[in-house]
Ligand binder design. Structure first.
Ligand code: HEC
Length: 166
């Protein structure tokens, strides 16, 4: 007899904690507003396109001038979009060392890697090779194109500096 109200209570507790659990997904604290006037609204991750050819052909990213006005914003994104959890400069954490990455790849390649990492590891030979080495898929951090461009300027700036000891 007494069991019935008890189980109802437990159900209520389960339901409540189930809802509360949602807030655990702190990884995607999207404080970013949707890009105004953006061309695509597809944010869900199914890669439904083919990468353009020749992504890594041409001058390396570091050969281009650095837009210093974007560096601070790019650095902030690098920290707030989860990149630091996996990447560092001058040392290998769990993922590729980003020291000198702009001297190894083109700007377009890096931006595509940031915007569509899950497509890159499937279609781009270099990214596929990295995937084989690290046995880890870089997650899509859902940056906008403008944000990826800012991160690129930060990477160029960072790679341009003398190696730091920390
Ligand atoms: C969970 C770990 C993880 C996170 C978070 C992550 N990456 Fe990566 N990144 C990787 C791995 C692993 C690779 C190698 C390709 C692969 O296996 O997916 C990679 C590759 C790269 C490369 C190419 C490196 C090279 O040597 O050519 C760049 C550039 C890069 N990531 C930038 C970023 C930026 C910028 C962010 C944040 C927006 C970020 N990554 C977030 C794991 C991560």
């Amino acid at each position: 007899m007494k069991l019935r109200p008890l189980s109802t209570l437990m159900l209520a507790v389960l339901l409540t904690s189930g809802c509360g659990g949602k807030s655990d997904q702190g990884a995607q604290n999207n404080s970013t507003a949707p890009p105004s006037g953006g061309t695509s609204s597809s944010t869900s991750g199914t890669p439904a396109f083919t990468l353009p050819a020749g992504l890594d052909e041409g001058p390396r990213a570091a050969a281009g001038a650095i837009d210093e006005s974007q560096v601070a914003a790019g650095e902030k994104l690098f920290q707030t979009k989860g990149c630091t959890a996996c990447h560092a400069f001058g040392k290998r954490v769990t993922c590729p060392d980003l020291d000198g990455v702009t001297t190894r790849r083109t700007a377009k390649w890096i931006q595509t890697q940031i915007l569509h990492p899950e497509v890159m590891t499937k279609q781009d030979p270099t990214a596929r090779q990295l995937f084989a080495t690290f046995s880890l898929q870089m997650p899509n951090q859902h940056l906008t194109e403008a944000e990826a461009a800012q991160v690129l300027e930060f990477l160029k700036h960072k790679n341009h500096e003398a190696p730091e000891a920390h």
